[in-house]
Design a protein around this ligand. Structure first.
Ligand code: FAD
Length: 364
C-alpha cells in the first residue's frame, strides 16, 4: 500500500482482518502487507490543515471502520487536529505496519507483480493499492504577468491560518469549500477580496457531511444500476455552509467577484482594466491525485484520472493488481471522506487479496 492517510489506514484495517481470519482458520490465505508513507508523522493531509478548520460532520459520522472517532470536547465538529490524533490512535490501535518517511519514487511492473522504488530501498508485491491522496499535487493556474507580481502567491496547501496575514490585502481565488472557508477565516484580520469563476453556490444550510455521503452514495449506486439519479452533490451546490462560513456569509463578508485576467506588479487586473492591489494571492483551486510515482506505468487516463474498471471502480483497467483508493468519487462514492472510504476499502482489499493469491502467470 502506498499512503498511510485515512484511506490507507482503512484498507490496512481490512487487510489486518483478513490476516486475523486466516490465523483463526475462518478463511484461507491472507496476503502480508506493508504501508509506505512519505510523511514522518501519522494523519495524512489532516496534519497540514489550518487550525480553525472543522469537519463537515460530527465525530459519530466521521469514523473509519472499526473504531468510532471520539467526540470533540466542547462545541462544534471535530478540528483537523482532532482528526490527526484520531488517525494516530487508529494506526496504533490496529498495529498497522506503516513505514514512515518512505517516499515512493516509482512503481514498475515485474514478472511477479510490481517493484516499488523508494528513498529507503525497494519493495516487491503482487498488488499495489495507491492511497496517496491529493494534498501533494496542488493545482495553481498560470495567468499572464505572474512573474511581474511583487507579492506572494500561495496555495491552500501552504495556508496555515490567518495570523500570518493580519493587516494584509489578500485575494482568495476559488469558489469551493477551501476558498469559502479560508476567505471566512481571513476576513476578521485581513482585507479580503474573494474571486470565483462562477457565482458561489452554497448547499442548503442543513446539509452537512452526513447528507453529502448519502447523496453521493445514492448517485453512484443509481448510475451503476443504470437507473436515473436524483443528482450528485454538485447539483445541489459547491460550498458546505459550515458555521464559520455561514456567519461570514450572513455578515456580508463573502461577496464574490469574477475572476481577474492577469497579474500586475502591485496586484491583479480584470478584463475591463480595473486593478486591485494585493500582498497575497491565495489559490484555493484544488488538487489532483498525487500519482506522479505511477508515470512509468503509462496508465490510460479518463477525465484526467487513471481509467478504472466499471465493476470495481478502484481497479486500474491497465493493471489488474493496481488499485486507487480515496481520491474522489471516481474511485468510490464519497471515498475521499472519513465516513465514505470504509466500504470502498473493504471491496478493494478483497480484490487485492484475491489478486495477490495468484502469480501473474496464473491469471488470464
Ligand atoms: P491523504 O490524507 O492525503 O494521505 C495520503 C498519504 O499518502 C499522506 O500521508 C502522504 O504522505 C502519502 N503519500 C503521498 N504520496 C506518496 C508517495 N509518493 N510515497 C509515499 N507516501 C505518499 N473529509 C471528511 O471526511 N470530512 C470533512 O469534513 C473534510 N473536510 C475537508 C476540508 C478541506 C479543506 C479539505 C482540503 C479536505 C477535507 N476533507 C474532509 C477531505 C479529506 O481531508 C481528504 O479527502 C483526506 O485527507 C484524503 O485522505 P487520503 O488518505 O486519501 O489522503
Amino acid at each position: 500500500m502506498i499512503g498511510g492517510g485515512q484511506a490507507g489506514l482503512a484498507a490496512g484495517f481490512y487487510l489486518n482482518r483478513l490476516r486475523r481470519d486466516e490465523a483463526s482458520g475462518r478463511s484461507g490465505r491472507a496476503p502480508t502487507f506493508t504501508i509506505l508513507d512519505a510523511s514522518k508523522d501519522p494523519g495524512g493531509a489532516w496534519q497540514h490543515y489550518w487550525p480553525s478548520l472543522e469537519l463537515f460532520s460530527p465525530a459519530a459520522y466521521s469514523s473509519l471502520p472499526g473504531y468510532q472517532m471520539p467526540a470533540r470536547d466542547g462545541d462544534g465538529n471535530p478540528s483537523a487536529e482532532h482528526v490527526t490524533e484520531y488517525l494516530r490512535t487508529y494506526e496504533a490501535r490496529y498495529d498497522l505496519p506503516v513505514h514512515r518517511a518512505v517516499t515512493v519514487g516509482s512503481v514498475r511492473v515485474s514478472a511477479d507483480g510490481y517493484i516499488t522504488d523508494t528513498n529507503q530501498g525497494q519493495w516487491t508485491s503482487r498488488a499495489v493499492i495507491n492511497a496517496t491522496g491529493n494534498w501533494g499535487n496542488p493545482v495553481i493556474p498560470q495567468l499572464p504577468g505572474g512573474d511581474l507580481f511583487a507579492g506572494q502567491q500561495l496555495h491552500t496547501a501552504g495556508y496555515r491560518g490567518p495570523e500570518a496575514h493580519a493587516g494584509q490585502k489578500v485575494i482568495v481565488v476559488g469558489g469551493g469549500n477551501s476558498g469559502a472557508q479560508i476567505a471566512a477565516d481571513l476576513a476578521p484580520v485581513a482585507t479580503v477580496t474573494w474571486v470565483t469563476r462562477k457565482p458561489p453556490r452554497y448547499l442548503p444550510d442543513d446539509v452537512d457531511g452526513r447528507a453529502l455521503f448519502q447523496i453521493a452514495t445514492r448517485h453512484t449506486r443509481a448510475l451503476a444500476a443504470g437507473e436515473p439519479s436524483a443528482g450528485d452533490v454538485g447539483s445541489l451546490g459547491d460550498i458546505v455552509a459550515v458555521p464559520a462560513v455561514r456567519a461570514a456569509r450572513d455578515a456580508g463578508l463573502l461577496q464574490a467577484r469574477p475572476m481577474f485576467s492577469r497579474f500586475i506588479s502591485s496586484g491583479v487586473q480584470w478584463e475591463n482594466g480595473e486593478q486591485q492591489e494585493a500582498d497575497v494571492v491565495l489559490w484555493c483551486t484544488g488538487f489532483r491525485p498525487a500519482l506522479q510515482h505511477l508515470q512509468p506505468l503509462g496508465l490510460t487516463a479518463r477525465n484526467g484520472v487513471p481509467a478504472t474498471d466499471a465493476h470495481l471502480v478502484t481497479r486500474s483497467v491497465d493493471n489488474t493488481g493496481l488499485f486507487f483508493l480515496g481520491y474522489g468519487d471516481w474511485c468510490g462514492p464519497a471515498s475521499a471522506t472519513l465516513i465514505g472510504v470504509g466500504a470502498t476499502a473493504r471491496d478493494t482489499v478483497a480484490a487485492a487479496a484475491e489478486r495477490a493469491a495468484h502469480a501473474p502467470s496464473e491469471i488470464s
